[in-house]
Design a protein around this ligand. Sequence first.
Ligand SMILES: Cc1cc2nc3c(=O)[nH]c(=O)nc-3n(C[C@H](O)[C@H](O)[C@H](O)COP(=O)(O)OP(=O)(O)OC[C@H]3O[C@@H](n4cnc5c(N)ncnc54)[C@H](O)[C@@H]3O)c2cc1C
Length: 495
Amino acid sequence: MPGSESFAKYHQQPKQVSRFGPQCGTIAGMMKKIPTTSATNADVLILGAGMAGLATAAELSAAGQRVIILEARDRIGGRVHTVGAPKPRSAKSFLPIELGAEFIHGRPRALLKLTRDAKLELRRFGTSHWHWDDGRKGYATRSPYWQKVDGIMEELADFPERPDLSFTEFLATRRSIHPHDLEAERMARSFVEGFHAAPADDISAASLLIETRNGPDSSRNFRVREGYARVAEHLRDRALAHGAKLLLNTVARKVCWRVGHVEAGAQSQGRRQTHTARRLIITVPIGVLKIPRGHAGHIAFDPPLPPTTLRALDRIAMSSVVKVRFRFKPAFWRSHIIPSRARKKLRDVTFLHAPHLPFPTWWTHYPDSDPILTGWSGGPAADKLSKLTDQQIIRIGGESLTGLLMPTSYQAPLLQFIEEAHVANWQRDPFSRGAYSYLRVGSEGAREVLASPIADTIHISGEAAAPTGQDATVAGALEAGRRTAEMILAGCHRK
Ligand SMILES: Cc1cc2nc3c(=O)[nH]c(=O)nc-3n(C[C@H](O)[C@H](O)[C@H](O)COP(=O)(O)OP(=O)(O)OC[C@H]3O[C@@H](n4cnc5c(N)ncnc54)[C@H](O)[C@@H]3O)c2cc1C
């Protein structure tokens, strides 16, 4: 059983942990100046009100568990973050802008059921991909891009899974068989670093193979017309209706625990809180869990998390994504600015790919005519961008967009049509520290180890603990949350 070594070790009550143990004493000392305002007690304490935390809270509270959720931000949803602007010509209607997750990939059953229960409208997203053709200096729909990328991803199956390789190593090995396929190789690397948002020399080729086989059907994508955040709100309402408590603006800082007892120290608007429970579910992103001791945002565990869990955490990394969104007065690409030849073609475009630009991927809301264009940068390129200010990122986004759509003489008109710009820089976000998880080379089983309960008391959940193939998605976060709730309820019934 994954994690069994740690279970045996931690099943014994650690001697030094009574209530706050020695290390807790130090932290408690550090937090002494902050007055304690509240203390709560529950069956289950959940860190994080993203999709995993809310899904678990809804299931557990419906089954009669007393649940408290601590959420660091002033909002729920975590990496699902919808902001909005009034729709043109109708101040009442809402034009959702997704700064985090945007698509429902494929047909994930639990997520689709939630959208039905919440009476949300799903919009099928267009499937046309246009790719910059360097030779012709123009876009081509029937470019061999996807066939080439798909072909290379399928070749992953021809390589032995052990020892695992990085994607870069896989490409290098493949080169000895296909020495003249350099353009296809460049495309595949750009796909992996853009979509999986991970450095090609760090991501596990074996995990990409599993993803290719078991991952969602990414040719069928949907958007939630009212905004993805409505799904999170629906889950929250269910949890609250069953008596769960949600504390926003509450940052977990310290966890002291022994078998069957957890005490979490948190800070809320300058005040210290203590929350106790029989079990703890951690759904904070692994980017937060990995913050080293002594750095802002570190969550201290006393006793520390078991070595197996720490090793698994080391094998899973956070990817980098920077998103820039422009809202225009008109959806100009559908009408009058672009030179007529391009206009005709761009009317029904969904995705545009131009790997030579800092924001190499853009999409519209086609078939909806919302005046919004989104630029996406992932992996090492996003890492570089993330160090810039939002203003600099917006400028680079504008340059990418003009480079993408227009001859130089049309740049000024394009920029003047921008009504509003949003930047989502997930690396800089203190409560995320990256976009979503990926498996590093040689990390087989790491997600399963991470998801294994620690001494029947601490559960790590969230997208990083979802089964490989579902990880890094909203559906995966929900599945991880569901599994955690199931495990806890099964444990309760046994007792
Ligand atoms: C830019 C971007 C685009 C994406 N696109 C898609 C997509 O199109 N489709 C898709 O399916 N998925 C997408 N994803 C992935 C998806 O958003 C995530 O997999 C999913 O939302 C993760 O949910 P979670 O509950 O595991 O974590 P989170 O949503 O991160 O929730 C964790 C919560 O913990 C809170 N927290 C952090 N630290 C503390 C602390 N110390 N104390 C208390 N609370 C804390 C956070 O504030 C957060 O609310 C995207 C992600 C990003 C960043």
